[in-house]
Structures are given as C-alpha cells and as structure tokens.
Design a protein around this ligand. Structure first.
Ligand code: SAM
Ligand code: SF4
Length: 340
C-alpha cells in the first residue's frame, strides 16, 4: 500500500529526527467502567460542547494522514460508548483506509460493547483490537472495574474473534490485586491465539487506589515468569513502550509495557489527541498544543501550523516518577484523557 501512496510532502519530524506516523485519538472521556487505577469513583465528565465533533476529528485525522500518519488508534474513555461512534469509524475507514493512505485503523476498548460492533468493525477494515482485561474472575472483575460484568466482555472478545479480528489482551499488573492471575491469563490468552501485554500501572490522575501498595514491577514479573516459561525476546517493535517476547511453551507473544524505563523514547513515533482537541506529544509530559482552537479560529491552515509547532515541542523523553509517597500522581490528568 505504501507503494501506491507517495510520501507526504511535509512529513511530521520532530527536533530529534523522529517521524510521527501514529496518532492515538481519544474520542470521549466517558466510560461505562470506573477501573480503580484509571478513574475515581465519582468522575465529572466534560460537557459535550467541549468535545470535538466527528467532523472536527475527521478534519484533524485528515491533516495527520496528509502529513504521513499511517496508523490511527481510537481510544478513550471507552471509544465504543460514544454515541454513533460507528459513523466516525466508517468515515475514517472510507476516506483513508480504503484509499490506502492509512495502513491501520484500530481501537483499544474495554470490550463491553464489542459483541454489538465486532462484525461491523471487521467489515470496515479494522484488523485487530486491543481489549483490556485484568482478571478472569467475575467478582474481581467487578471490583476492579467497579461497574463491569465479566461475561459481557468475554462475549465481546468471542465476537471479535468470530468476526476475524485479531485480539490483544492488555492486563494492568497489580500487586495484591491480580498478580496471581498473570500465569492463568497467559495460558488463557495464548490458548485462544491472543497476544497478551502486561502493563505497569502509571501514576496518572488522582485515584482512590494506593499506588504504592499495588505497584508491581514488570521486571520482577518477567523474572518470575522466566522460572516457569522460556521467554525469547523478539524483534517486534511498535515505536512504543512495549517490548515483546515469544513464550516457547505456548507459542504466543507476550508484551511488557514499562513506562518508567526510558528505552523507548528515542524511537517514539506517536502523539495523542484528547477528545477536546489537545495534542499531547508525550504520555509522560504536560506539553500540549490546542488543535481545537487552531482549527476553530484559523481553519485548516492554522491546524497545519499547529502540527509544526507540536513537532518543535515534542520532548525528548518522559519524566515519570511515582511521587515521593508513591501515591501522588506524576501528572494530574487521568489516563482516560489521553487513552493510554
Ligand atoms: N477504555 C478503553 C480500555 O480500557 O481499553 C480504552 C482507554 S484505557 C485508558 C486504555 C488503556 O490504559 C487500558 O488498557 C487501561 O488498562 C490502561 N490504563 C488506564 N489507566 C492506567 C494507568 N494508570 N496505568 C497504566 N495503564 C492504565
Ligand atoms: Fe474505562 Fe478503560 Fe479507564 Fe477502565 S481503563 S475506566 S475501561 S477508560
């Protein structure tokens, strides 16, 4: 597909020579779950007037694609709870994916609405989805998500597989919460042909959860897994914070997302758009550019200039540290703002 599409006349390259080719779009800050590590129990969500319209998202996605972005991931909040979300996915698919201007359109979801939408997504050219699943125990699932029901998510995952979508399971690993389920989850996921990626919890936003108590280093997890499984590093690189291993015993792929290590920043290829049009150039920094304002006040040219500004501002790396007490958030915004 690359072959039939000429390179963009003005690719997005930052001060460190990194090409931005991957855009993550949070389409809503709302969610039907309240995962303990992600949100507070009582969240105040944004008024609709502040949230980008589908038209605006389409325009912004178009501006990025014109400048060389090849992959778009929709996230949130929960992307599939935004009203009429399939209209947006259809529009992006028809405009960019079908034309070969985009290599991949995908989403990260909690899976609660996947049973309803999996087939349509596959029909629109979505090839795979990331589904967040931290436990296979029903009661624990409801505890972690505060509102979710496990069977609904498992049905969604099954529907995705039946529709031919590749499934990657994202599991946030937490000490004393679900660390005993890492092996069962690995066996369950790989037994069904799903990739599994473990995520180290990041200190984003104030939540009720005590991050010191639940913090679990993935280095420790990897060491423990190595006693039982043969983990062979594989070359797969996504330009993000994940490192991948092949598990010899299961034949499956296991990813580790360790946000505190800096070893991914030099190959970072991504930026994140919030549902209010703020573009964050780094998950671990507060620098941002207001694309909504640029678009609303200065139109497409203003938007293009804002993308140039963003490339100048993209920082070399992140500054994550768990706060002095390990419970203070390193950044005030919740993960649901940028969508992971
Ligand atoms: N609602 C969707 C979902 O849960 O997949 C998409 C948005 S959610 C914010 C994206 C990913 O971020 C999920 O895999 C979730 O587990 C992860 N996440 C949320 N808060 C996190 C935190 N503080 N640290 C690490 N990962 C987090
Ligand atoms: Fe919702 Fe996803 Fe955050 Fe859970 S992790 S509260 S599902 S946005």
């Amino acid at each position: 597909m690359n072959a039939i599409h000429p390179p963009p006349h003005k690719p997005l390259v930052d001060r460190y020579g990194r090409h931005v080719t991957y855009l993550r779009v949070s389409v809503t800050d709302r969610c039907d779950f309240r995962c303990t590590y992600c949100m507070g129990e009582d969240m105040t969500f944004l008024p609709k007037s502040e949230v980008l319209s589908f038209e605006e998202i389409q325009t912004i996605v178009g501006a990025f694609v014109a400048r060389g972005v090849r992959k778009v991931r929709l996230t949130g909040g929960e992307p599939l709870v935004r009203r009429d979300i399939m209209k947006l996915i259809t529009a992006i698919s028809e405009t960019h994916l079908a034309a070969g201007a985009l290599d991949e359109l995908t989403l990260t979801t909690n899976g609660s609405q996947l049973a309803k939408h999996a087939e349509t997504l596959a029909g629109l050219g979505v090839k795979r989805v990331n589904v967040s699943l931290d436990t296979l125990d029903g009661a624990r699932f409801t505890e972690i998500t505060r509102r979710g029901r496990l069977p609904q998510v498992l049905d969604g995952i099954e529907a995705a597989q039946a529709a031919g979508l590749g499934v990657k399971i994202n599991m946030v690993a937490m000490r004393g919460v679900n660390e005993d389920e890492i092996v069962p989850m690995l066996e369950w996921a790989h037994g069904r042909g799903f990739e599994l990626t473990l995520i180290e919890a990041m200190p984003l936003g104030d939540v009720a959860l005590d991050r010191t108590e639940t913090h679990l280093s993935l280095r420790e997890v990897r060491d423990r897994l190595s006693e039982r499984f043969t983990l062979d590093p594989i070359a797969k690189r996504t330009g993000g914070p994940a490192r991948y291993m092949r598990v010899a015993e299961t034949g499956g792929t296991l990813g580790f997302i360790t946000p505190f290590s800096h070893n991914f920043c030099e190959s970072c290829n991504r930026v994140r758009l919030t549902c209010t049009g703020q573009l964050y150039m780094c998950l671990g920094q507060d620098d941002r550019v207001d694309l909504r304002d640029a678009l609303r006040t200065k139109g497409p040219e203003g938007l293009d200039a804002a993308l140039d500004r963003a490339m100048i501002l993209k920082p070399k790396g992140h500054d994550f540290v768990i706060g002095r007490t390990h419970t203070d958030p390193a950044l005030a915004r919740h993960m649901s703002v940028t969508g992971g």
